[in-house]
Ligand binder design. Structure first.
Ligand SMILES: *[C@@H]1O[C@H](CO)[C@@H](O)[C@H](O)[C@H]1NC(C)=O
Ligand SMILES: *[C@@H]1O[C@H](CO)[C@@H](O)[C@H](O)[C@H]1NC(C)=O
Ligand SMILES: *[C@@H]1O[C@H](CO)[C@@H](O)[C@H](O)[C@H]1NC(C)=O
Length: 313
């Protein structure tokens, strides 16, 4: 691993792209074979339910998937909202009108956990691009699963995805933005893959400054949006050997999840404000010193993927 010091943050000592392997015995020899077999048996048991869930509309199947995941990976998820009493937590679940949620991203299950929390249809967004230019695209839940198992990169050309310029395009949806633009191993929060400018435009702030812009209908409406929009942070935490900073085979991942069990901790921090630097600090619980440096961005990760791949061959 010494060769990967380029990708270790100098301040914190955190290497956010290096995968955390499960205990060695878990995927080898007899135990490995047994874990595969157990997973196959569980899968056969829930197959009918899966088929039903796939046919039904999302609003109904959403009540079935938790059971399926309970059987397959012993799914459990815990939500806390900062500053809200335990018994009032349910009232704090994300809705389409409650604002936009920034989340950190480290596993395909992230989207599932967030989908379960959302009261209504969801939209998952990721930023693409480098430090200077960025765009936001929308991913469906299946696309997100692929994204998260594929080094945190899109499998297809960008043109396959809908670009989202402002949040008003996602009206009626609970909007989640995975602002890092790729996956990490969950030890820190990566630099965000979008510029403040892109973000302001997304929030509808820009239309205030350039009120003469004709690309929106009704300036007054946009003012309203800008004033009302709330930005929240959701910290997601999953067992570290289930994070997928690098590419992983789907089957292998499911067997791993099934052998270990998936338990999520989600923490909502409300109203972090429209400033990205503040939002990013909120995603590590307010402790700025746990953030890795700006150089560990998506571009740097791309290089890491190459280097790591060539090392293992
Ligand atoms: C499932 O998870 C719960 C808590 O998350 C744990 O107590 C239980 O032992 C797990 N069950 C299995 C079969 O691993
Ligand atoms: C998200 O960030 C928090 C705070 O840094 C971290 O504890 C957690 O592991 C990250 N989430 C995941 C799923 O990696
Ligand atoms: C994560 O899973 C490994 C392997 O099952 C286990 O040893 C470890 O205690 C788990 N960690 C947490 C935080 O649940």
């Amino acid at each position: 691993m010494e060769k990967f010091t380029n990708w270790r943050d100098k301040g914190t000592g955190i290497a956010p792209f290096v995968p955390t392997p499960p205990p060695l015995s878990q995927e080898r020899g007899l135990t490995g074979a047994l874990n595969n077999l157990k997973f196959v048996l569980k899968a056969i048991c829930v197959l009918p339910l899966v088929l039903v869930a796939l046919i039904l509309p999302e609003s109904i199947s959403k009540n079935i998937w938790p059971t399926i995941l309970k059987v397959l990976v012993n799914w459990s998820s815990q939500l806390t909202t900062q500053g809200v009493k335990k018994r009032d937590q349910r009232g704090e679940l994300p809705t389409a009108d409650s604002g936009i949620y920034l989340a950190n991203c480290s596993s395909p299950f992230d989207a599932v956990a967030l989908w379960f929390l959302a009261q209504g249809p969801v939209a998952f967004c990721v930023p693409l691009g480098n430090g200077k230019q960025s765009r936001i695209v929308q991913l469906g839940i299946w696309q997100f699963l692929q994204f998260a198992l594929n080094n945190g990169q899109l499998r297809q050309d960008e043109s396959h995805f809908q670009q989202i310029k402002t949040k008003s395009q996602l009206k009626g949806h609970v909007v989640y933005l995975f602002a890092e633009g790729t996956t990490s191993n969950g030890k820190s929060v990566l630099p965000f893959g979008l510029t403040q400018e892109t973000w302001d435009e997304f929030l509808g702030q820009k239309s205030i400054n350039t009120a003469s812009s004709t690309s929106y209908s009704g300036d007054n409406n946009n003012r309203q949006v800008a004033a009302d929009v709330k930005v929240h942070a959701i910290l997601l935490k999953i067992n570290s050997s289930l994070t997928t900073p690098l590419k992983l085979d789907k089957w292998k991942y499911l067997v791993r999840a099934s052998a270990q069990g998936v338990s999520y901790k989600c923490r909502i921090i409300k109203s972090v404000g429209p400033e990205l630097t503040k939002a990013r600090a909120a995603l590590v619980g307010g402790d700025k010193f746990r953030l890795v440096g700006k150089e560990l961005n998506t571009e740097s990760k791309r290089k890491f993927i190459k280097e790591f791949g060539s090392r293992r061959r």
